[in-house]
Design a protein around this ligand. Structure first.
Ligand SMILES: [Cu+2]
Length: 182
């Protein structure tokens, strides 16, 4: 009886840890450029600006350009290259294989265009504004005022809440399992 309880709790602990890691790692978002339209000559010149304005781009997120290899490409360019549809302003080698996943590794403005003749001037270009994922470098504001209890030491500030929630959940599970086995 005790042994089976230990096994059940161990399995639950592993599952909780896996889901917790997923919660942390899962913070990055993959943005499918243009949604279901993908990366192509858009129906109008405001299509990609409109799409970009509907998104929040954080450092660490990924831009996914869906296109058929050979039909389009993705060239990261400077702002002047973007404005002029001039791929000579490229700041990285063109990505010619679709679909292409490009990580947003720094904050600021990032510019992309399709280098196939005529496509950029037809609106196939993208400007995104990437913001830091931690705009406030300080700790998150604590909702508890007057409790006086400080979080347990030894954990990174951002990770204090989830492990304690897991601990509470495990305790409740232990109680329930013990009751069920009686
Ligand atoms: Cu193109």
């Amino acid at each position: 009886m005790t042994a089976s309880t230990v096994v059940v709790v161990a399995v639950l602990a592993i599952l909780l840890q896996v889901s917790l890691q997923g919660w942390i790692v899962g913070a990055a978002t993959t943005h499918v450029v243009g949604g279901s339209t993908g990366w192509t000559i858009p129906p109008n010149n405001t299509f990609y600006p409109d799409w970009a304005s509907s998104q929040t781009f954080l450092v660490g997120d990924i831009l996914q350009f869906n296109f058929e290899t050979g039909m389009h490409d993705v060239v990261a360019v400077t702002k002047s290259g973007y404005d002029a549809c001039d791929s000579n302003g490229q700041i990285a080698s063109p990505v010619t294989s679709g679909p292409a996943s490009i990580p947003l590794s720094s904050a600021g403005e990032h510019y992309y265009l399709c280098g196939i003749t005529g496509h950029c001037s037809a609106g196939q270009k993208l400007a995104v504004s990437v913001v830091s994922s931690t705009p406030d470098s300080g700790d998150a504001p604590s909702p508890s005022s007057g409790g006086g209890s400080s979080p347990p030491s030894g954990s990174a500030g951002a990770l204090v809440a989830p492990p304690s929630l897991v601990a509470v959940g495990l305790s409740l599970l232990l109680v329930n399992i013990n009751n069920a086995l009686r």
